[in-house]
Write a protein that binds this ligand. Sequence first.
Ligand code: SER
Length: 590
Amino acid sequence: MTSQQIRQKFLEFFEKRGHAIVPSSSLLPDDKSVLLTTAGMQQFKPHFIGQADPVHDFGSRNTASIQKCFRTSDIDEVGDESHLTFFEMLGNFSFGGYFKKEAIEYAREFIVKELGLKIDYVSVFEGDSEVPADIESERIWKSLGVHDVRKFGREDNFWGPTGNEGPCGPTTEIYINGVEVWNLVFNEYYCLPDKSLKKLERPGVDTGMGLERLAAAAQGMPTIFETDLFAPIKDALKVLSPGKDLGEREIRHVRIIADHIKGAIFLISDGVVPSNVEAGYVLRRVLRKLIRYAKLLELPGDWFTVIFTEVAEIYGAAYPKLENYRNEILTAIKNEEEKFAKALEKGTKEFEKLAEKAKAAPRDPEHLEISGADAFALFETYGFPLELTGEMAAEKGIAVDEESFRREFKKHQEISRAGTEKKFGGHGLSVEAGELRAATPEELLKVTRLHTATHLLHQALREILGSHVKQMGSDITPERLRFDFAHPQKMTDEEKKRVEDLVNEKIKEDLPVLMEEMNFEEAIKQGALAFFKEKYPERVKVYSAGNFSKEVCGGPHVSRTGEIGKFRIAKEESSSAGVRRIKAMVETIV
Ligand code: SER
């Protein structure tokens, strides 16, 4: 059974049982409390906690999806038999539709009847002082003839939350060939930032099953790397390194390359750009590791073009758009390779000095160490990821103080975030976006164009839908704008088209964008829109685009609307009750 057949079987199985099929969300999540999408449930957080209505959004209380996921938590384990950074998660979800009995029955039926696999054993939550033991799940499993029910605590059988807070609850897990394959979460609680639990009004079901592990079981393979999701990449890498004997070390390198290349490809296709912060840094680490291992395997210069083709083929049926990103992906890898090559050359010299320093004046002669501050300087100046410094140091028998590196890193991230906020002027983008993703001058230019487009969109919505439209949130990345606004119902296609046309008309008119400083009261008197919850200072900046839009805002903006480029609404969807969300883009100006 191919992995594409497994995907199809899974979706059909749940569709037949009244689930709405929802596409994978991006690896860059809307939920700002997390860096990347790590689980299928993430896009449904508002539905679990009653902030969004599943029937309205999906036409059903039950959904199923195949979600692209990226987990950095396992990055150091990649190379063994089962850990990955990028993987796909098959999941079925219920928001107050069904609960334990149906969820367990569906899971068992799918594994045993549809796939013909044997369940080794299952696990359930053993209970603690706060959350009772899940005897109901145990009883259901036994009634279905699964008698090996093992019990574990919070560490193993309790999920969540993703980010600081969110839905969470006890889990029951299915094991096949000794490996955990499917995790069924019963979201009965909301976990608050202080870790206390609040009972959810409406319990929900969130399940997740790793496609790669399931494919290994269904295809009778000893590890995920022999499945059809990996074998073609592995084979191609072997062809590309003909002289190499593949020993244990090389096998590890091949696995790391096979995993990381997928991660890089999917991150780039979701709009991540390599940088030294946040998701961009995750991508940079993955790319640099790839480049390093490719060197160790002595792969030829164009290895990634060959491997990209393999990846696009493996995922072509499920993600046909991947092929469209070929140029972007190959260029991003090439650019990073060039940057890294330069950095490596210079950085290695600096590294040698640091290694000498560590040897010359050791605090503890038994334990030679490069300090966190020195490792961080290597990172900041030469882009050396921590693990690179760590590995190079290990070859010389020297350790790196990783903990203090992480402290330095965190400090740097905070300073960089504060700097970006300052650039965007106190309030304005930074306040609403919370987190800006403009790390370079080019990105700043792009978010600036999207920012002015947001003003035009806001005004256009008010003209077409009515003046009840009010900004509820805005978030801008170099790839897209995201605008939340008060409006009671879904926009029709015609309304979307009219809004889009009106914005494009105003762009064509090439209206001047002017800024004036005035007292807040005066701005309001002049009809400027102001919508931040934050308190305004007495004097504010007001940006206007011709006579079309006027808003209190911190900027920055383009100087004429013509600079924005063609505007396109990509998506209109529910954000929460009474709030709609538009994602839109502007064409690339080269
Ligand atoms: N949220 C759970 C997981 O990611 C089940 O989907 O494992």
